[in-house]
Design a protein around this ligand. Structure first.
Ligand SMILES: [Zn+2]
Length: 255
């Protein structure tokens, strides 16, 4: 059953938060990044992208949506002003402390919703540690990869390209300035480097985004419009809800 009321801890009262947690035993941690996204998207792009999706997912799954750091782990964007990065140990400790707080109040399942690839290694480490230290199960959803999969015929997952512009447009349209997107880096070379670092077999670790995109971003923004933006947020959220429910069922975590 979907519970449509607000599930965001910063915006609800203590009794409401406690009720959600008691009912579902599920806490949701949204995570993104603060980093440059070219001249057309805000530095909070990854944060807004995950928040617009997380609000829907939390309502559908009846999970308590927690506030988390806007900043993530992104040393490879730090050659540009406007980028904040956390050390991996800071991020891991923060994630574990936030999770431990809700575990103390009854959370048995933690869903980590991520939009930023640079966070992944730290998320996996923290989630594994949480499972070893507490009676809790963690599930990770990589929202940007789900978007890439759903829209593979229309757009590639590129830094500050269409798939990043769409969720921000759906959530905070006044922050998207497509008319300023006049300096994309050369597409083919950037795509090749991205494919190399995203390989599952042999891959380099990214040092500086300029190795991929000298101007800090690349991609095509042709498909970006409000209808597509709303549709994308809807589709990605639905896909996450479906996959998470399936995993909970398989792991017998349907509390
Ligand atoms: Zn981004």
């Amino acid at each position: 059953m979907a519970h449509q009321e607000n599930h965001y801890l910063l915006e609800i009262t203590q009794p409401e938060a406690e009720t959600i947690l008691k009912r579902s035993r599920l806490a949701i941690i949204p995570t993104g990044s603060v980093e440059q996204h070219g001249p057309h998207l805000p530095c909070g792009t990854d944060h807004y992208a995950i928040m617009v999706i997380a609000r829907r997912v939390a309502a559908e799954l009846d999970g308590l949506l927690l506030p988390f750091s806007h900043a993530g782990v992104t040393p490879f964007h730090s050659s540009f002003a406007g980028t904040l990065t956390l050390r991996q140990e800071t991020y891991i400790n923060l994630l574990m402390d936030v999770a431990a707080s809700v575990i103390k109040h009854g959370a048995k399942r933690i869903l980590i919703l991520n939009w930023h690839e640079g966070n992944t290694a730290s998320i996996n480490y923290a989630a594994s540690q949480l499972q070893q230290q507490y009676d809790v199960r963690c599930v990770v959803a990589q929202a940007c990869y789900i978007a890439a999969q759903l829209y593979q015929d229309e757009a590639e997952l590129t830094h500050a390209g269409a798939l990043e512009a769409l969720p921000v447009l759906a959530y905070r349209p006044e922050l998207v300035k497509l008319e300023r997107a006049n300096n994309p880096s050369p597409y083919e070379a950037a795509k090749e480097m991205d494919a190399l670092r995203r390989s599952k077999t042999v891959y380099p670790l990214l040092v500086d985004i300029r190795q991929i995109a000298p101007t800090g971003w690349y991609g095509d923004l042709k498909i970006v419009n409000m209808n597509k933006a709303q549709e994308m947020v809807e589709r990605v959220s639905k896909e996450i809800v479906k996959a998470v429910k399936e995993i909970f069922k398989r792991l017998d975590l349907d509390i």
